[in-house]
Design a protein around this ligand. Structure first.
Ligand SMILES: Nc1nc2c(ncn2[C@@H]2O[C@H](COP(=O)(O)OP(=O)(O)O)[C@@H](O)[C@H]2O)c(=O)[nH]1
Ligand SMILES: [Mg+2]
Length: 455
C-alpha cells in the first residue's frame, strides 16, 4: 500500500514541560534517523532512547528528546510509529515538527492517526469515537461510557445482534431454497419469536440513547426565578467561578449564559437567565424571551425562590406549568432565614433544596440531587452496560429495527419467505455500518472531523 508518513504534535498546544510529536507511516524510522544522525539504525522497539534532535538541513541542534519506536503492527495506528517526547512550549515542538516535514513527513489531518488505526483494523468505528469522547469528557459519567465503548462493550453487543439476524436468515433458508427437503422447515412462529428477541434487544439499547446523548452534550439545566432571587450567584457557585454578574439591582442578567459543568459526576449545561417578570425595558424583555426559549428545551429547571420572601402565586403557577420537566425548588439565601417549608408539596416540584451561596449550605446536596433527576435510567443501569451516546449509533439501530420489524410483519402476513428475508440484509448492514465493518467515506469523514490534530 502506498501511504505517506504523517506527523503531528499530539499534546495540547501551549506551555507544558513535555510535548509529544508523533510520526506514523512507512518512513517513521527514516524521519527519526534524519533528525537524530547519531542513530545508525532504528532504536530498540518500545524502549526509550535519548537522542539529540538536529535540523536535517544544517545539523543545528533542536532539542534533546526521548524517542520510542513502535514497529508495526503493534502500534496505535498499526503502522511504524515513532514518538518523540521533546520539550514543550510553543517553539520547540514546532521546530521538531518542521524538521519532521523536512525529513519527509506530512502534517497529519485532525484524527488521522485514529483514522489509520481504524483502516488497519486496530479499532472499530465505535472505539474510534470513544477515543474522541474520552478526550472530550469532562464528567466521570461520560468517561465511564467512553471506556466501555473503548473496551468494545457496545461493539460486542452490536455484533451479537447482527449474529442473531444472520441466524434468522439461516433458519429461513429451509423455507426458500429447499422446499422439498426432508427436514421440515422451521415453523414461522419460531422465526417470528427470534425476530422479537432481536427487536427487544435493539429496544433495550435504544432506550439508553436519550440519556446517552445527553452524556455527551450535557443536560440543559436552566436557572429560573424572579429577578434578584440569587440565580447568578448560584450559577457562579455551581461553576466555581465568577461568570455571571451579581448585583443588587434586579434585571442585570439579560442574556443567557451557558457553561458546561460536571455536577455529581454528570455533565450539565448550566444556563443563567434573566429574571422572569413582566419587564418594562426592551433589552430585559428580550432577555426574558430568551429565558422562555431555554425553558422550553430544559432537561431540568432550578427554580430559585428567595427564602426571605414568600413565593408568589405566579411562581407556583410557573412550576405547575413545567409539565414533564423536573423542577428543583431551590430556596435561596438560606442564611437569611430559618428553615421554611415553601415549595413543599407544590405540584410539579421534584425536590427541594435550601441553599446559600454565602455559607455554601445546600450546594453539595443540590449537586448530588441533579443527576438522578435527569440521568435516572443510566444511573440505575449497571455502570458498565453499553450506552448509546451518539445520534449516529441511534440512527443505525433505528434503521436496523425498522427492517427487522418489516421482516417480522411480512412473514406473519404470509408474504413469501424470500420477500420477507429481503429486509434482513439491510438490517445487518445498518449494524455493520455503526461498528464500521462497512463504512462509507462520508461517514468516516464525519466521525473523524471532530477529532483534534495529533489524535
Ligand atoms: N444573603 C445572601 N444573599 C445572596 C445570596 N445569593 C445571592 N444573594 C444576593 O442577592 C442579590 C441578587 O443576586 P443575584 O445572584 O444577582 O440574583 P439574580 O438576579 O437572580 O441573578 C445580590 O445582592 C446577591 O449578593 C445568598 O445565598 N445569601
Ligand atoms: Mg442574574
Amino acid at each position: 500500500m502506498d501511504v505517506d508518513t504523517i506527523a503531528a504534535v499530539s499534546t495540547a498546544p501551549g506551555r507544558g514541560a513535555v510535548a509529544i510529536v508523533r510520526v506514523s507511516g512507512p518512513q517513521a524510522v527514516g524521519v527519526l534517523l534524519r533528525l537524530a544522525p547519531e542513530l545508525s539504525e532504528a532504536p530498540e522497539a518500545r524502549r526509550v532512547t535519548l537522542v539529540e534532535l538536529r535540523d536535517p538541513h544544517d545539523g543545528s541542534p533542536l532539542d534533546r528528546a526521548l524517542a520510542t519506536f513502535f514497529p508495526r503492527p503493534a502500534s496505535y495506528t498499526g503502522e511504524d510509529v515513532v514518538e518523540l517526547s521533546c520539550h514543550g512550549g510553543s517553539l520547540v515542538p514546532e521546530l521538531v515538527m518542521d524538521a519532521c516535514v523536512q525529513a519527509g513527513a506530512r502534517r497529519a489531518d485532525p484524527g488521522e492517526f485514529t483514522r489509520r488505526a481504524y483502516l488497519r483494523g486496530k479499532v472499530d468505528l465505535v472505539q474510534a469515537e470513544a477515543v474522541a469522547d474520552l478526550i472530550e469528557a469532562r464528567s466521570r459519567a461520560l468517561h465511564r461510557a467512553a471506556l466501555t465503548q473503548l473496551e468494545q462493550g457496545l461493539s460486542e453487543r452490536l455484533g451479537m445482534l447482527r449474529g442473531a439476524i444472520v441466524r434468522i436468515e439461516a433458519l429461513l433458508v429451509h423455507h426458500i431454497d429447499f422446499p422439498e427437503e426432508d427436514e421440515p422447515p422451521v415453523p414461522v412462529g419460531v422465526i417470528v419469536e427470534q425476530a422479537d428477541l432481536v427487536l427487544a434487544e435493539i429496544d433495550r439499547l435504544l432506550a439508553t440513547a436519550p440519556e446517552g446523548e445527553l452524556l455527551r452534550e450535557g443536560a440543559l439545566a436552566v436557572l429560573a426565578g424572579r429577578p434578584n432571587a440569587g440565580k447568578s450567584s448560584l450559577y457562579n457557585a455551581l461553576l466555581g467561578e465568577e461568570r455571571a454578574i451579581v448585583t443588587e439591582e434586579p434585571g442585570t442578567t439579560r442574556d443567557a449564559l451557558v457553561a458546561t459543568v460536571a455536577l455529581g459526576g454528570f455533565p450539565f449545561r448550566l444556563v443563567d437567565t434573566a429574571g422572569l417578570r413582566e419587564a418594562g425595558e426592551r433589552v430585559e424583555r428580550i432577555g426574558i424571551e430568551v429565558t422562555r426559549r431555554y425553558l422550553e428545551r430544559a432537561d431540568v429547571v432550578l427554580f430559585c425562590v428567595p427564602g426571605d420572601s414568600p413565593p408568589t402565586e405566579e411562581e407556583r403557577v410557573f412550576v405547575r406549568e413545567r409539565m414533564g420537566v423536573p423542577v428543583v425548588w431551590v430556596e435561596t439565601k438560606s442564611d437569611l432565614v430559618a428553615a421554611s417549608t415553601a415549595g413543599a408539596g407544590e405540584p410539579g416540584v421534584a425536590c427541594r433544596v435550601r441553599v446559600s451561596t454565602r455559607t455554601g449550605e445546600g450546594l453539595d446536596e443540590l449537586r448530588r440531587a441533579l443527576p438522578g433527576l435527569v440521568y435516572s435510567g443510566v444511573v440505575a443501569a449497571s455502570p458498565d452496560a453499553p450506552v448509546i451516546t451518539r445520534r449516529r449509533h441511534r440512527r443505525g439501530l433505528e434503521a436496523a429495527r425498522a427492517e427487522v420489524a418489516s421482516f417480522r410483519s411480512s412473514l406473519e402476513g404470509g408474504l413469501p419467505a424470500e420477500v420477507a428475508a429481503s429486509h434482513l440484509r439491510p438490517a445487518e448492514n445498518a449494524l455493520e455500518e455503526v461498528v464500521g465493518t462497512i463504512a462509507r467515506e462520508s461517514v468516516l469523514d464525519a466521525v473523524f472531523a471532530e477529532f483534534c490534530v495529533g489524535k
